[in-house]
Design a protein around this ligand. Structure first.
Ligand code: HEC
Ligand code: HEC
Ligand code: HEC
Ligand code: HEC
Ligand code: HEC
Ligand code: HEC
Ligand code: HEC
Length: 351
């Protein structure tokens, strides 16, 4: 347990005795402590989330509860024993895309006293099934003064990141305790590795998320492209100078393809492996066979062809640049246009 938290825990045990009320319920109304045995503070009911790891924060009346059991719709469960003078607890769940629920049950001496359930939706940027949440769900924000007050007796809620200065030890970042799960992936983006969050989470909004202005201290502009290019200056220069920009790149939607924090996929933290990534939008290009067949055909035609195509060991980006190109169709190499490699190759041609 980090030192800072321990210190605040001691403070809590001193302050708890005198505090008559605690904040409770998603609506943030102060209620008498006695009224609520158990409440799930985070995630919000009917909230939309994007990351795989979602931390559950719940509050109990420590005098009336000795154990809380948590269940997720992914069949994960946890039993948490209450500690003396502590009212707020956490558990980290992992969710696949789609609709899920988290249930909490509070017990005293084996007797169930209360139950609470929240439903969440984990959005996928690239899947047509999970791109849009079912009705009733909405993006809800955590970082406002009201919510942060519920945590500040144990967590330091201030920002201690200085512009252009990396932490000597990232656990010094005030964001680390609660957001370290962003690093529970094989590959992580340099700013996230260093817990430098504010270049992106500068509180500003863009054309696509203006309606959220002021809802969180740590909003990011959507589209995020210009923000990415503030650090990736060389790419900006190179890519934007070319004649043809890939649509999502031109729209600044870098985060459709890249997870801005981290990913298990590869060192460019793509959201999916290249083939799946590209065909999630270009579904008509899904079959690899088409290309293999075509290159065989080209070979038979007497046109020299690289072995890798014939073996089938190639990706969309073997031929296409994912960002931009001076050539038509975002091609990496010159192409004389005599064949329809991708465009019109029909099922008949495979026979
Ligand atoms: C009573 C003290 C206390 C309060 C109040 C508290 N926390 Fe924590 N929090 C801790 C401790 C201690 C840890 C270290 C891990 C643990 O023991 O659960 C922690 C860790 C966390 C984590 C990381 C653990 C995980 O599951 O990834 C998150 C997220 C978190 N707290 C969020 C919150 C939020 C949000 C609030 C306010 C709504 C809050 N905490 C209020 C004591 C507290
Ligand atoms: C007490 C724990 C805690 C601390 C400390 C904390 N966060 Fe959060 N943060 C949360 C929780 C809980 C959420 C909501 C769940 C989620 O989106 O993961 C959240 C959400 C966010 C979001 C999404 C927007 C929003 O408001 O919901 C951003 C961005 C963010 N945090 C950035 C930061 C940064 C940057 C810091 C450090 C300056 C920080 N957080 C410190 C707990 C914390
Ligand atoms: C390179 C830009 C960038 C950096 C750096 C960055 N973020 Fe984000 N973050 C985003 C974008 C963009 C989103 C919107 C969701 C998405 O695209 O995945 C986001 C979303 C989030 C969310 C909401 C996740 C959810 O499940 O809804 C949290 C929490 C968050 N960021 C925390 C952080 C923290 C903490 C840091 C620093 C360690 C950080 N981010 C660094 C760009 C960034
Ligand atoms: C605060 C500066 C900063 C911002 C903002 C930023 N990056 Fe990065 N990014 C870096 C650094 C530093 C590296 C590591 C470069 C290296 O190791 O040479 C990196 C690496 C990468 C890599 C891995 C490939 C490489 O060049 O090493 C990708 C992909 C990437 N960033 C994409 C993005 C995207 C997409 C965004 C916007 C959502 C973004 N970056 C925003 C600083 C930033
Ligand atoms: C259509 C999906 C897609 C979009 C949108 C996209 N990228 Fe990429 N990006 C990729 C793929 C695929 C790779 C891997 C290329 C490779 O391995 O050759 C990549 C590689 C990168 C790299 C590392 C390699 C390099 O060429 O420098 C950086 C940095 C990067 N992208 C940044 C960005 C930024 C910034 C944006 C937004 C302006 C963006 N990307 C938008 C798919 C995308
Ligand atoms: C988020 C959706 C999305 C993803 C992911 C995506 N594209 Fe696209 N792409 C588009 C849109 C939109 C267009 C423009 C309309 C069209 O031609 O379908 C486009 C156009 C293209 C074009 C035609 C450009 C032209 O000049 O006619 C090529 C080639 C292409 N994409 C290749 C790729 C490759 C390769 C990948 C994977 C690295 C990829 N796309 C991933 C949305 C996407
Ligand atoms: C072997 C090289 C090669 C590979 C691999 C390849 N393409 Fe193409 N692609 C081309 C060429 C050449 C064109 C130009 C139009 C044509 O002749 O079909 C093209 C055209 C396109 C177009 C624009 C025309 C259209 O049909 O809408 C898109 C989009 C596209 N490719 C996406 C993809 C995706 C997605 C993948 C991976 C699933 C992929 N390509 C793999 C060579 C390739």
């Amino acid at each position: 347990m980090p030192k800072r938290i321990v210190r605040f825990l001691i403070f809590l045990s001193l302050s708890c005795a005198s505090s008559a009320t605690v904040l409770n319920g998603a609506e943030n109304l102060p209620v008498k402590k006695e009224e609520k045995v158990l409440s799930i503070i985070q995630p919000y009911d009917k909230g939309i989330y994007t990351e795989e790891y979602i931390s559950v924060t719940f509050q109990v009346d420590p005098d009336r509860v000795d154990t809380v059991k948590l269940f997720s719709s992914e069949n994960e469960r946890a039993t948490i024993e209450m500690e003396e003078d502590r009212d707020t607890y956490h558990y980290l769940f992992r969710f696949s895309f789609g609709e899920h629920s988290i249930r909490a049950e509070a017990f005293k001496n084996g007797k169930r006293l209360a139950r609470e359930k929240v439903k969440i939706f984990r959005k996928a940027f690239l899947s047509k099934y999970y791109r849009v949440a079912p009705p009733g769900y909405e993006v809800k924000f955590f970082h406002n003064d009201k919510m942060e007050k519920r945590c500040d007796m144990c967590h330091d809620m201030s920002v201690n990141e200085e512009k252009g200065v990396a932490f000597y030890d990232i656990s010094e970042s005030n964001c680390f305790d609660c957001h370290q799960s962003l690093l529970y992936k094989k590959f992580a983006h340099a700013p996230t590795v260093n817990f430098v969050c504010l270049p992106c989470h500068n509180g500003k909004t863009g054309e696509k998320n203006r309606k959220y202005r002021g809802k969180s201290k740590f909003l990011y502009p959507d589209p995020i492209g210009d923000t990415c290019f503030k650090c990736h200056k060389k790419n900006r220069k190179k890519w934007l100078a070319r004649r043809n920009l890939h649509d999502p790149v031109g729209a600044g939607k870098c985060n459709l393809c890249h997870n801005p924090h981290s990913s298990d996929v590869n060192k460019n933290f793509l959201r999916e492996r290249v083939w799946e990534l590209c065909t999630s939008c270009h579904a008509d290009k899904r079959s690899k066979k088409r290309y293999i067949a075509l290159f065989k055909y080209r070979k038979n035609d007497g046109i020299g062809i690289d072995q890798k195509f014939i073996e089938g060991d190639f990706l969309c980006i073997t031929c296409h640049d994912p960002h931009s190109s001076d050539r038509p169709y975002l091609l990496k190499e010159d192409y004389n246009g005599i064949e329809n490699v991708c465009l019109t190759f029909s099922k008949e041609a495979l026979r």
